[in-house]
Design a protein around this ligand. Sequence first.
Ligand code: PLP
Length: 731
Amino acid sequence: MRILLTGGGGYLGGWVVPVAMDLGHHVRILDRFCFLPPFVHPETLFPELSTSDNLELVRGDIRRLQEYPNLFEGVDAIIHLAGLSSDPTCDLDPEMAHDVNVECTRELARQAIQAGVKRFVFASTCAVYGHGVFEILDEESPSNPVSVFSRSKLEAETALLSMASSAFSPVIARMGTLFGYSRRMRFDLAVNHMVATAMRQGRILVRGGGNQWRPFIHVHDAARALLLLTESPDSTVAGQIFNIGSDAQTVKVHDLAHLVAEALGGTTVEVAKDDDDLRSYRVRFTKVEKKLNFACAYALKDGIGEVRRFLANPEINPFAEHFFNVDRMKHLRALPVDAGGEPVAARFIPLCRPGLGPEEERAVIQALRSGWLTSGPQVKTFEDMFAAAVNAPHAVAVSSCTAALHLCLAELGIGPGDEVITSPITWASTANTIINMGATLRFTDVDPVTLNMNPACLEAALTERTKAIIPVHIAGHPCTMDAIRAIAAKRRIPVIEDAAHALGARYKGCPIGMEGPCCFSFYAIKNITTMEGGMITVNDATCASRLRLLASNGMASTAWDRYGRSAVSTPAEVVWPGYKYALGNVNAAMGIEQLKKFEAFRASRRRIAEMYLSVLADMEELEVPSVSADVEHAWHLFIIRLNLNKLSCSRNEIVHDLRRENIGTGINFYGLHLHQYYANTLGMRPEDYPVATDISNRIISLPLYPQLSDRHIHEVVSALKKVLSYRRKAR
Ligand SMILES: Cc1ncc(COP(=O)(O)O)c(C=O)c1O
């Protein structure tokens, strides 16, 4: 048989390999070998590699099966050992435990089925009996797992058994606690640990009271049992659970301690009574004995003797990190992934995510069923609610913030020969709409603290031909509007605010949007979303109706006005060559629900930002955003700045490192003057806007959205600290 053995480099794998090869099987090991001591290589662990063609190594991570396309080639059976074993290792990160032990098992089985591999033997644990419900437990007894580890194993068992079919034969091996010598030793297992403390410290400390039952099995016997389950016919084992151990080696923990103490002599046994172990399971092994004729060859005493002989070498320190899975895992978690470490976040944390729920789903379906997909009654409701939310007299709903900016420029009649000033730290729309009106784009440099338009630079950029100024409230931090408005007012230049990020922000107590014209975005990841969408707030009714007209092809009425329930149809009159920029009814229906939740969204964003601010404040490799005294930040983005002089790499490498830690980040924004078009065609140079150029290479946006949990925030911060400390410049 050709056997794919996952986790073959581990304690149990160290015996499964020779046992399988002795039985004439070909073994393909998939393992990361991350638990090996630094000086041991897989090739030293498996000398068979150089003497036999029946052993193959695939160095890899069970979480990234897609990287090994030929893994299942020619495989007849799988023995799946890879996983996080032991309670404390899984307790380090329950999400990681779930991902590795449950999701990876499910995925491996799915791929096995696709590849036509039928037999799948899964190494589970008797710990699924946990706090044993009854005195004696067999495979039919109820499980009662009391740890993350055992719950994850039980969940994986259930997943596998539910996949059983005529083409897939999962077999569950619930192993007792392993002991004895193996090529890859562990001293975090009860028997081995007791021998180690007895030999090195002359004592055994029994934790958890000592009255708890545990089944033990020698690791070599366990390997033999796995092979038996692999070779047995479907009629005997398929879709079944087997406890793997022996009744004779199922003992109470304090009895085990005395057994070890007696075998070694000169050892005191202490029982820590205060430290109750919830796990006690007295398991029966009749099924494996009767059905498979399996009997253990090694008694506890044999294993104790073996470990004693191993530790006779005084140079071996059984308490070293690599003998303890939990310590090894702690070490790996402190290492960046590219240096062989473990990602901080078990699952990917995106930069942003829309906050949609059943309310939006219902509203959208209702709007779809109404038949009014484009214009319709929800648009007016949304506009009114939005105007009230930002305390503006009028709001005009449009198809995007880009459309909003375009309409505002069109409404002002901006065209060739005119100049419009904005900031280079913005999204392309702000600048592109200016260019697309045929006007000349002018940038001003930004304020080094807020990244917003710097009023001190604005004055210098004004000319006789300046026809509009577009300040951008970047990340949701309001611009210094008093100064900008004062400069604009002196020359009667209109100001159009780009508030794509700023819904919820306040400047000197007034909501952004209250003064107008002000353009908002409801793109998928903005503070509220309508999928695509935007809004223009204005304080003049004539301006509002002109914008509406421009947004509807220059027609004075929409389809809803002409054909709605109580409308009297009149021909649509074109009064101006406008655009098609109106917001759809279905989008507005979503927007209404989002607005209802907006105060809660705003509060969550603020709380998350405050958490980031407090935990990142004293890191010398970065600067956190600061908030001016007279504003309320909308916290659309949380943009940090790296102090590159303290780091040995570029910002982009830090972004890469964070991605490897499963943290999504963004670069909002890379100065437009540095982009190809503006540099090559418009002749803009990095030195024209030195502050914008400098920060363009230093900023990173961290994940920020209302559903981001405290755990996720903790993971983002831990990943950032880990990556930055690794990349810190040597002093
Ligand atoms: C500052 C800024 N202005 C304008 C826009 C354009 O918004 P929309 O995608 O709704 O057209 C964006 C989009 O991200 C933006 O960030």
